[in-house]
Design a protein around this ligand. Structure first.
Ligand code: NAD
Ligand code: DAU
Length: 348
């Protein structure tokens, strides 16, 4: 099968491709990516030369580019990861989120409508639990929870989910949506909580915790997310939504303390000194208090189970950052950005 994976040079997309391209030589995977600041081609080194992998550097906001990619690669399945993904950036500069996440998804849906007959092809939309807004101390998000997004990022993802459902109802496009909780693991850009804290701890820099650190996130190891998507694509039902989460609710301050403990364990640094780097800073505006995913539908209907607990996944993740100093250094110094500018910025 010909599979178009958008955003394959980002954190989850690159983990997805590195995990699945070698396992499935019978499929061809085309990675359509704009290569924003969050993309990193070094992350795709394991598959870059594989016979069943191709890269198409295209901005989803450019419909003609997307149209050409469909004409050239004739995908039968689209797995749509590409998005601006960082909540804080959506607060300081929302426009890119509206463009890429809403208009970009719209262009992709339009290309599917143009190139596929009704009933042909499948569009899998990778979304987030943030569309549901914030929970109080009790309850969990289920697939029917009312949308109530708080940030420009989550509002843009909610809009893209609605567009996907509208194309299914109005034009008969075959679609599926997954809404997943917070991911962590190798290759994550160090603006997100876990890699930021790991790298700052290793470098002896302050560990900035928003507010009082009492907000709760439900953490899932990235490969468990990728496996869930693959399962939904192959065994799920058209028009359905599946929540993905691993029942790993942790308060931010406890995440940061656990990172200090594991970094200390793996490097011999003093845990007490690392915890001394914790600095409480101004809270994020509109900061959602708590996310918790009920993934019963995915577990019971498709028999998906995560393989990592937060404790095992976090140890693997920190080990990965320690074992990949060149990747870390390039990302921290912007070396890879310079490489992209040199190699890609003059392409159409
Ligand atoms: P990321 O920011 O690491 O990567 C996003 C990728 O999309 C980058 O390679 C970027 O270049 C590409 N991209 C952005 N705008 C584009 C455009 N206009 N055209 C083409 N490519 C573009 O993001 P991530 O953390 O890997 O998230 C991937 C997807 O998963 C997103 O849709 C996000 O909403 C969703 N998601 C993320 C998490 C999480 O915890 N990270 C959880 C649930 C859902
Ligand atoms: O829930 C899924 C979402 O998880 C995804 O849709 C988003 O793409 C992804 O970025 C993530 O959003 P969050 O805002 O939850 O992730 P972030 O890593 O930015 O923050 C996690 C928590 O940690 C959040 O409560 C804010 C807090 N935080 C974050 C940073 C960057 C801090 O306390 N300090 C920080 O420096």
């Amino acid at each position: 099968m010909k599979i178009l994976v958008t955003g394959g040079a980002g954190f989850i997309g690159a983990n997805f491709l590195n995990h699945l391209v070698p396992k499935h030589p019978e499929h061809t995977f085309v990675n359509l990516d704009k290569l924003t600041y969050a993309a990193n081609l070094a992350s795709l080194e394991p598959v870059a030369k594989a016979d069943n992998y191709r890269l198409a550097v295209i901005d989803l906001v450019d419909f003609d580019g997307v149209d050409r990619a469909f004409a050239e690669h004739e995908p039968e399945l689209v797995i749509h990861f590409a998005a601006e993904s960082h909540v804080d950036r959506s607060i300081s500069g929302p426009r890119a989120f509206i463009k890429s996440n809403i208009e970009g998804t719209f262009n992709l849906l339009e290309a599917c409508r143009k190139h596929w007959e009704p009933g042909q092809g499948l569009f899998h939309h990778v979304s987030t639990d943030e569309v549901y807004g914030s929970l109080g101390d009790e309850g969990m998000f289920v697939e029917t929870t009312r949308y109530d997004p708080s940030s420009p990022y989550s509002a843009s993802k909610a809009a893209s989910d609605h567009l996907v459902r509208a194309y299914a109802r109005t034009f008969g496009l075959r679609t599926r949506i997954t809404n997943c909780s917070n991911n962590y693991g190798p290759l994550q850009f160090p603006e997100k909580l876990i890699p930021l804290m790991v790298l700052n701890a290793l470098e002896g820099k302050p560990l900035p915790v928003y507010g009082e650190g009492l907000n709760v996130r439900d953490w899932l190891y990235v490969i468990d997310h990728c496996e869930a998507i693959w399962k939904v694509v192959h065994e799920g039902e058209d028009g359905q939504t599946y929540n993905i989460g691993g029942n790993n609710e942790v308060r931010n301050i406890d995440v940061v303390k656990e990172i200090c403990a594991v970094v200390a364990e793996q490097t011999g640094k003093s845990r007490g000194e690392l915890e001394g780097l914790i600095t409480y800073v101004k809270d994020r505006p509109g900061h959602d208090l708590r996310y918790a995913i009920d993934a019963t539908k995915l577990r019971t209907e498709l028999h998906w189970e995560p393989t990592e607990t937060f404790s095992t996944g976090l140890r693997k993740t920190i080990r990965w950052y320690l074992d990949h100093p060149t990747w870390v250094q390039q990302v921290r110094t912007g070396e890879y950005r310079k490489w992209i500018e040199k190699n890609y910025d003059n392409r159409g």
